[in-house]
Design a protein around this ligand. Structure first.
Ligand code: CAO
Length: 571
């Protein structure tokens, strides 16, 4: 065989057990001849009237002799391609869990397809509560073999009017994302489900008023939707229970590159139809799938559509304003490398929160021209006060609440620090409220809980809010709304013992972030002599599109004064 070295072997890849379905149409072919693929890379997507299934590769190798194209109808055992596998003894694929490969089958088949969408018939329930009253009880439909599936998004609120088939919830198991549509039109009442809940078949979701008929399971979990990215936009930041959540990132519109929250919000129910592989790909690129036109069956978005969308955005001639706003972030990717050629390696999957943070931080870094201003604040008096006040109040007062109050107070005098750039880049949105986020280090990565209404709270209240939110962050119990709406962020590394400055990344669509390092005693000249003073290093990064250097310098001076003399906080 041409190109096949002595240690390689060809193995047939066949369609595994499809759970009784046959002649299932191929709606997407994700590989082509000659592609080098990893084990479990998705080869095909099949879609019957009951389910969408991804067929993953049984082993790593090179695709040869692909015989399948979109529109073909496949059944169990149909040949998909051959796989050129390294090594004389290619490992056999694991048999499908639900339906082991027939022992007579001499060659390994692909592993069990990952069911993406299951379409059970509506299940009238005797506990209906429906019919004549016009109230219809909606419960979780058959989820196949999935159990305790986390809700990652609730797309409706109590009182919302929904059309039949409008998405109510998005569930995400480790294998798939499922959208649960309304079984009928009506008004949502008694919604019992929230992001983070884990659901099973039959669990109560809500009632639908005005939807006559018997109680039913919600419509089949239907099309796949883009998994929510962290933070802003509908459902962003929603995570499985027990997992911490990432900071709210922007979903820049094509022209905005980092605009306001409103610019990035995808309307509820406007979810894209795409498979998990496509969603994962889009997520990695920071692409909002609802912006991508699907070329597949029923408007399904394919990986090629996402690629074309990105190419189009990168090559689109930006308007003068958009170019300024986006900062022209079409940089080439870092070429992939096979590190195993240099030595032994181990692949460790990133926690979801890290992936989400990575995308958000990249967007912020690429879209925002950062400047970091370094300074030091004298906290000798603050420290003395902090210790006695902790004893007096019985509440542990760390530096953080004082810094938060100082940052917020200085923002009153310098309101551009409490703004976001309008999506078109031609205006500032000035905020009349002041919510401050703080970076919290958790076992699963960085999250940014947001303390609300800092202007109207005292230090003790702020300390309690910070402590509560930090604990929730560490325990993975933060709610999405507790990470949204920040106006400014603080990243304090001081408690970790790091001294000197650093360059924190602005948490877009905010326009500034304060980095804090460890305070240390330093000799400070008072005009006559050197005095030992406790100095706190500050690193203020800001969006230079919004804030001029002189403005930032004035803000920094004001901030340093406030921190150095607490009495000013009372002014
Ligand atoms: N200089 C000296 N000491 C400091 C300090 C500083 N800048 N900041 C905090 N400390 C002290 C605190 O006062 C406390 O000391 P005492 O117990 O004697 O009072 C101790 O360090 C521990 O404080 P803490 O870190 O637990 O509490 P905090 O309120 O200052 O911070 C939180 C809370 C959530 C911000 C912190 O725990 C944390 O997670 N920090 C990491 C943030 C991070 O990862 N940033 C990077 C983001 S970008 O990747």
């Amino acid at each position: 065989m041409e190109g096949l070295n002595a240690m390689s072997k060809l193995q047939d890849v066949k369609v595994p057990d499809l759970g009784g379905s046959s002649d299932v149409p191929v709606i997407e072919v994700l590989v082509k001849d000659g592609d080098a693929i990893e084990k479990d890379a998705v080869l095909l997507v099949l879609e019957s009237d009951k389910a969408t299934m991804e067929v993953p590769a049984p082993a790593a190798g090179i695709v040869r002799g692909l015989v399948v194209k979109v529109g073909d109808k496949l059944s169990q055992g149909s040949l998909i391609c051959q796989l050129e596998v390294e090594g004389a003894a290619a490992p056999a694929a694991a048999p499908p869990a639900a339906s082991p490969a027939p022992t007579a089958e001499p060659k390994p088949a692909a592993p069990a397809p990952v069911a993406v969408v299951q379409t059970p018939p509506p299940q009238p329930s005797p506990a209906s509560g429906g019919g004549s009253t016009g109230m219809r009880r909606v419960t979780v439909p058959d989820l196949g073999s999935f159990k305790d599936v986390p809700v990652i998004e609730v797309l409706v609120a109590d009182g919302a009017s929904v059309e039949k088939d409008a998405a109510l919830l998005v569930l995400e198991s480790d294998k798939s994302t499922m959208e649960v549509p309304a079984p009928a039109a009506g008004t949502v009442r008694g919604l019992k489900v929230k992001a983070g809940d884990k659901l099973n078949v039959g669990d109560f979701i809500c009632e639908l008023e005005g939807a006559s008929g018997p109680a039913v399971s919600a419509g089949s979990p239907s099309k796949n939707v883009p998994s929510p990215l962290v933070g802003e936009g509908r459902g962003e930041g929603a995570t499985e229970a027990g997992r911490p959540q990432a900071p709210p990132p922007p979903q820049p519109s094509p022209a905005s590159g980092g605009g306001s929250a409103s610019a990035a919000t995808t309307p509820a129910g406007d979810a894209a139809h795409a498979g998990p592989a496509t969603r994962k790909f889009a997520r990695e690129l920071g692409v909002d799938l609802s912006q991508v036109k699907g070329s597949g069956a029923k408007g399904r978005v394919t990986i090629e559509d996402v690629q074309a969308h990105v190419k189009a955005r990168m090559s689109a001639a930006p308007t003068a304003t958009a170019a300024v706003v986006s900062g022209g972030s079409g940089i080439p990717p870092i070429p992939a490398q096979d590190f195993s050629q240099y030595g032994p390696i181990e692949r460790k999957e990133l926690a979801r929160i890290r992936k989400l943070s990575a995308a958000h931080l990249s967007r912020s870094w690429l879209n925002i021209p950062h400047v970091t201003q370094f300074d030091e604040a004298d906290i000798t008096e603050l420290e003395a006060f902090r210790k006695t006040a902790s004893e007096d109040t019985g509440v542990k007062l760390t530096l953080l609440p004082f810094l938060m109050k100082a940052v917020a107070t200085a923002m009153k005098a310098y309101p551009e620090f409490n703004s976001s750039l309008a999506p078109e880049g031609d205006a500032l949105i000035l905020k009349q409220y002041c919510h401050i986020g703080f970076a919290a280090d958790t076992p699963n990565g960085l999250v940014v809980p947001v303390v609300r209404d800092v202007w109207s709270k005292g230090i003790v209240q702020l300390a309690q809010d910070c402590a509560d939110l930090a604990k929730k962050a560490r325990d993975g119990k933060l709610k999405p709304e507790e990470m949204r709406g920040g106006c400014f962020s603080i990243s304090s590394l001081g408690g970790l013992g790091v001294s000197g400055g650093f360059t924190p990344i602005v948490n877009a669509p905010e326009v500034a972030i304060l980095g804090v390092s460890k305070a240390s005693m330093k000799p400070v000249w008072d005009g006559k002599t050197f005095q030992p003073r406790l100095m706190l290093p500050l690193s203020l990064s800001y969006d230079h599109r919004v804030i001029d250097g002189a403005y930032a310098a004035r803000y920094t001076v004001a901030l340093v004064k406030l921190i150095g003399d607490l009495r000013r906080l009372a002014l």
